[in-house]
Every structure is written in structure tokens, then in C-alpha cells.
Design a protein around this ligand. Structure first.
Ligand SMILES: NC(=O)c1ccc[n+]([C@@H]2O[C@H](COP(=O)([O-])OP(=O)(O)OC[C@H]3O[C@@H](n4cnc5c(N)ncnc54)[C@H](O)[C@@H]3O)[C@@H](O)[C@H]2O)c1
Length: 449
């Protein structure tokens, strides 16, 4: 088969994006409101979707000499922004115009210019349990006789949204608060044990798992923007494969960890050693307040710490990274709001062991970095569900690009290097579209077929 025949067959096997796409968001705080207001601003022509690969990125096809680099959104059949309808859940009632004002990410003038749209969206009552997010007091939550009842109420919400919004397809993305740290237990190991646990109110089933279970049961793909286990358990991976509803997680790779996964691969390929990497953050939004509790911080800490371990592989490179000291802190500091400051002090060493230092001070905007990632994830998960090659895989490892702590198949270590993640993502798009993969070998330019 020629390349162009393969491309036509690949593209033809993907179900077209007919009709509207519903994006359902548990947790309508800073990230969710910034995503929703941002999509509307782009739709109204007020702004450009900077930071979104799906909207602004290009993809090279074929050889370098072919000069084929379409926009990704023109290459793969992604849902257009005009077709997206939003809904979600939160423990605070009220509409999204007020929620966005509280989040304090976007300028008041910008919000006012879309007040009609933002005021028209009101979160549904949440499935919440304060044991999992200690710093928040719920004002708007579901009541049920057990966890199964709560999860079924979420399924009813989904069915109602489907009918009312007229959306043909839906995806769900957790933008809720970080839940307290837990490790996998017996109830997470099989779908049968999990569903029994729902009825028996098992203490290791968290609220985010209720949303995930409900979505997957309805055949809806699910992404996890927080570091909680959520779908990173065998039971929900089993359900995802069974229902053909793709999953991805966990923890948006936005500020400090994004920079880490840019710098660390560079040190590694140049064989520069690292003796210490000290990272600290000041953050004043509601997320920062939740993470001020040690049990919630632990979940984030574990997610942030794994990155260097996997990139540097100290067991294979003991002289370079065997004694590295890695510390991560997050300090709640209200005056900064959503404008986080992330400092890194990196002690590296080179030729003959001579030490050097690198200091990074990233004055970032947390939700401005997170919103485009959330958008891309929703569009790519919707694509995955329409692609026979991806639909029944469960975990979508090709979306690791977006996560601090990427979920991966049992026994397969997660890929953290941003550039490998980028290559994996783009090759997956080429693969599902029947295009040649790009290996960067390039010998054929020099007469070697
Ligand atoms: N902003 C970033 O750069 C970034 C990066 C990585 C991960 N995250 C994670 O994304 C999540 C959202 O971040 P944010 O800044 O929007 O936080 P936020 O506190 O502004 O919003 C979270 C919302 O979730 C709601 N919530 C909590 N439990 C819920 C439940 N069970 N059901 C429904 N709603 C619930 C809260 O009421 C709150 O409104 C957090 O877990 C955060 O750690 C954010």
C-alpha cells in the first residue's frame, strides 16, 4: 500500500466528529473557569489559544524535503471549538462568572465581556467527602445512601446533560481539588471488587473515583488533572478497556515540573551530574490552600518527586545521579493568588567533577498554563475514542506529554522526558492517520535507502 493509500485508510477508520462535544468537569475552580472562559474568548475572536498544541501546533509529515507541516487541527479530525458545550460539578454553587471572579485569574474586563455566557453555566451539586479535601467546606453536595448511590446520581446527571445539551459525545476531566494521599488497596484491584466496594462504602474509594466510574460506565473518556490515584487503578483501567472509553492521567504538567522535564533531559544527554535539586513554590489560590494540608500535599509531593528519578535513572547512572538530593516544597502564600512563583536551585557538576549552579525563578500563572492542556486532553481523548487503534487501549500513554506523573501500563515505566513525550504524541497522530512515523534517522537524505 502506498503512503497516501495508508493515510486514506487510517483517516477513514476514524469516526467523524459529527455533532457537539460535551466537556464535563468535576471541580469548576480556577483551571476549569480559565479553560471555559478561554475557549469562549477564542470562539468570539477576542484571543488566541496560546499554549494549546491541538490549536496552534503543526506536525511534520513525510520527509524534511516534502515540506508538509499542516496544523494538527487540520490534519486530525478534532472537534472544533465551536462544537464544545461545557458543564460540571462543584461544592460551591453559583454560576461560572462568579466562580471565575473568585478564582481571580482573568481580568475583570475580560470576564465582563463574556458575562452572558459564563453566567449561563452553573455547576451541578458535587459528590464530595471532606475526609478527602480537608480544607474545603461544602455548600452544594449530593446526599446518597452509599457511594454507589452517589455514583449513580452522577450517571443520572450525565444522562440529563446528554439529553438537554444535545451533545453527541462527551469527555470528562477532573479539575477538582487534590485529594489526600492513598496507595492502591484490594478494592482497587478488580472491577468486581470496586463495584462491591461502592455498595459497601469502602473507605478507599475517593470522590474522584466515583466520577470516573460513572463516566466510564457511560462510555465516556476520563482525564485526571490532579495527582490523585483516580483512574490509576486496575479496576478502572479494566472498565475503561471494557467500555472502549479511553483514560489518561495524572496531574497537569504546568509550571515547575514542566521546566524540570525540559532541563533534566538536557543534563542527562550531556552526561552532566546533579548533586542537588531544590524546588520550592509560593502559591496563593484555593489549590494552594488545599495543598497546605499535609495529607493533600503528600499526593502532590509524590507526583512531583517521581520526575527526576525516572529521567535520570540513577541505578543506571550512579556516578552522575546516585547521590542526588531532591526536595520539593509548596508554600501557601495568599497575596500571590493564582500567580505562582516557582524557584529551583540546581547543583550540577561537569568535567572532573567541577560544580556549577543553575537558578530558575519562574513567575508563572498556574491556570493560564493548565487551561490549554485541559483543552488538548479533552480533544485528544475524544479523538482516541473515535479511533479504532486507540479506543480499547485503556490508558492513553501517548498523552503523557500533559502529565507530571503519567499513568502507564503495569510493568512499563512512565516516560517523563518532554521531548520523547512530544515525539510519542505526534507519532501516535501519524499512526492513527496512516502516515509514516518519523524516526529522525535521516540516512536516506544522503543516498542510503
Ligand atoms: N493550575 C495548575 O497549574 C495545576 C497543575 C497541576 C494540577 N492541578 C490540579 O488541578 C486541580 C484544579 O486546580 P485549580 O487551581 O482549579 O483548583 P481550585 O481549588 O481553584 O478548583 C478546584 C475545585 O474543585 C472543587 N472540588 C473539590 N472536590 C470536589 C468534588 N468532589 N466534586 C466537585 N468539585 C470538587 C473545589 O470546590 C474547587 O472549586 C487541583 O487538583 C490542582 O492540584 C493544577
Amino acid at each position: 500500500m502506498s503512503t497516501s493509500d495508508a493515510a486514506q485508510t487510517g483517516a477513514a477508520s476514524i469516526t467523524p466528529h459529527k455533532g457537539k462535544l460535551g466537556i464535563m468537569i468535576p471541580g469548576m475552580g480556577a483551571v476549569a473557569t480559565t479553560l471555559i472562559a478561554g475557549v469562549e474568548a477564542v470562539r468570539r475572536g477576542f484571543a488566541k489559544p496560546f499554549g494549546s498544541m491541538s490549536q496552534m501546533g503543526t506536525i511534520r509529515l513525510g520527509k524534511r524535503t516534502d515540506d508538509r507541516s499542516p496544523l494538527i487541527k487540520d490534519f486530525v479530525p478534532l472537534a472544533p471549538l465551536e462544537d464544545i458545550v461545557f458543564t460540571g460539578w462543584d461544592i460551591f454553587g453559583g454560576n461560572l462568572y462568579d466562580a471565575a471572579k473568585t478564582a481571580g485569574v482573568l481580568d475583570r474586563d475580560q470576564l465582563d465581556s463574556m458575562k452572558d455566557f459564563l453566567s449561563s453555566i452553573e455547576p451541578m451539586p458535587a459528590a464530595f467527602d471532606q475526609r478527602w479535601v480537608k480544607r474545603l467546606d461544602p455548600k452544594f453536595q449530593k446526599v446518597g445512601k452509599n457511594k454507589c448511590d452517589l455514583a449513580n446520581q452522577i450517571r443520572n446527571d450525565i444522562a440529563e446533560f446528554r439529553a438537554k445539551s444535545g451533545t453527541d459525545r462527551q469527555v470528562m476531566i477532573w479539575c477538582g481539588s487534590t485529594e489526600i494521599y492513598i496507595e492502591q488497596s484490594e478494592v482497587h484491584q478488580t472491577l468486581e471488587a470496586f463495584e462491591k466496594g461502592l455498595v459497601e462504602d469502602h473507605p478507599d474509594i475517593s470522590p474522584s473515583m466515583l466520577y470516573a466510574w460513572a463516566a466510564l460506565k457511560e462510555g465516556i473518556p476520563f482525564a485526571n488533572g490532579a495527582p490523585n490515584l483516580t483512574v490509576d487503578i486496575p479496576a478502572l483501567q479494566e472498565l475503561s478497556k471494557k467500555m472502549g472509553a479511553p483514560i489518561a492521567g495524572k496531574d497537569f504538567k504546568t509550571g515547575q515540573t514542566f521546566i524540570k522535564t525540559v532541563l533534566a533531559p538536557g543534563f542527562k544527554v550531556r552526561q552532566l551530574g546533579v548533586s542537588g535539586w531544590y524546588s520550592t513554590n509560593i502559591l496563593g489560590n484555593r489549590d494552594g490552600e488545599v495543598l497546605d494540608d499535609p495529607d493533600n500535599f503528600k499526593t502532590k509531593e509524590v507526583s512531583k518527586l517521581g520526575v527526576l528519578e525516572h529521567i535520570f535513572e540513577p541505578e543506571k547512572n550512579p556516578d552522575l545521579y546516585g547521590d542526588m538530593y531532591h526536595k520539593v516544597r509548596i508554600n501557601y502564600y495568599p497575596p500571590r493568588g493564582d500567580n505562582k512563583e516557582g524557584w529551583d536551585n540546581i547543583d550540577i557538576f561537569g568535567w572532573l567533577g567541577y560544580p556549577m549552579q543553575i537558578k530558575v525563578d519562574f513567575l508563572c500563572r498556574d491556570s493560564i498554563l493548565a487551561a490549554p492542556l485541559a483543552l488538548d486532553l479533552c480533544l485528544y481523548l475524544d479523538l482516541a475514542q473515535r479511533s479504532p487503534a486507540l479506543k480499547h487501549l485503556g490508558i492513553q500513554e501517548w498523552l503523557s506529554f500533559y502529565f507530571k506523573d503519567p499513568d502507564s501500563a503495569p510493568g512499563v515505566y512512565p516516560e517523563h522526558d518532554l521531548f520523547i513525550q512530544n515525539m510519542k504524541l505526534k507519532n501516535t497522530l501519524r499512526h492513527v492517520m496512516g502516515e509514516d512515523l518519523i524516526t529522525h534517522l535521516g540516512l536516506d537524505y544522503y543516498g542510503n535507502d
